[in-house]
Design a protein around this ligand. Structure first.
Ligand code: HEC
Length: 237
């Protein structure tokens, strides 16, 4: 009899435990509503090349340094990707895309006889000229830089390929375009250099005048900050 009572207690305790677990599970189901996600799997946010990561990835190419040493043969080879739609010889015909002779420094949507998309025409009022930076942004991801463009080309994500290609394109009627001088703020490690620069400015300044240091710092900081600010406006959309 007493043995049975012991077993009753044990079963009772077990039942109580199970009951408690069930109640807690139900209650937590109300508190933490578990929705079935619309898309199964993890949303992996892969940063766009150049958009995230280290400071170097964000730096636009330092054209003044890179253009003179670019691999023109590689650039010409890369143009094979464009040739399905574009000619680039002087007076060349428009194809699916406009003739690209002298396109660096040329007006955006500016080639006579080609029916540009509304998006490209609208882009001209934002940024009227195919500068080196604009060209670089466009061919990196055309539809991202000019949303709605009818250039159906995914883009060239490799910076070296783009630099070589753009350097070669310059030889096709754009050699008069003034390449900007080498820009230390765009050179790899510019972010580190800026930090060192601040230290050197402070250290070299024997008077220790805070005005000198402040001026030096603001110059160092303003230089790398300016290009991305100017560039990010059209890219953002
Ligand atoms: C599938 C066809 C196609 C390919 C491939 C292609 N383009 Fe285009 N491209 C076009 C079209 C179409 C336009 C006109 C876009 C518009 O009006 O929106 C255009 C426009 C352009 C423009 C603007 C020209 C201007 O006068 O404003 C440039 C620059 C350009 N392409 C460069 C390139 C480069 C460089 C490549 C190769 C890396 C390339 N394209 C590959 C079809 C193509």
């Amino acid at each position: 009899m007493s043995g049975n009572l012991e077993w009753n207690k044990i079963f009772g305790a077990g039942l109580a435990t199970v009951f408690t677990i069930l109640v807690v599970q139900q209650a937590s189901g109300f508190v933490y509503q578990t929705k079935t996600p619309e898309k199964m799997g993890y949303a992996v946010d892969i940063p766009e090349e150049g958009a995230g990561g280290g400071a170097e990835a964000v730096l636009p190419p330092d054209w003044g340094t890179l253009i003179p040493v670019a691999d023109l043969a590689a650039g010409e080879a890369a143009f094979a990707r464009c040739q399905a739609c574009h000619t680039i010889n002087a007076g060349g015909a428009n194809g699916i895309g406009p003739n690209l002779y002298g396109v660096i420094g040329r007006a955006v949507a500016g080639h006579a006889g080609f029916a540009y998309s509304d998006a490209m025409v609208a882009h001209r009022s934002e940024d009227p000229t195919w500068s080196l930076d604009a060209m670089d942004h466009f061919i990196t991801a055309p539809a991202r830089y000019v949303p709605g463009t009818k250039m159906s080309f995914a883009g060239l994500r490799d910076t070296e390929t783009r630099v070589n290609l753009i350097a070669w394109m310059m030889t096709q009627g754009s050699s008069g375009y003034a390449v900007p001088a080498p820009d230390p703020a765009r050179q790899p490690g510019a972010a580190d250099a800026a930090v060192e620069g601040e230290v050197i400015v402070g250290g070299a300044d024997t008077t220790g005048a805070p005005i000198e240091g402040a001026a030096g710092q603001s110059t160092v900081e303003a230089t790398p900050a300016a290009p991305p600010a100017a560039d990010s406006a059209p890219t953002g959309g």
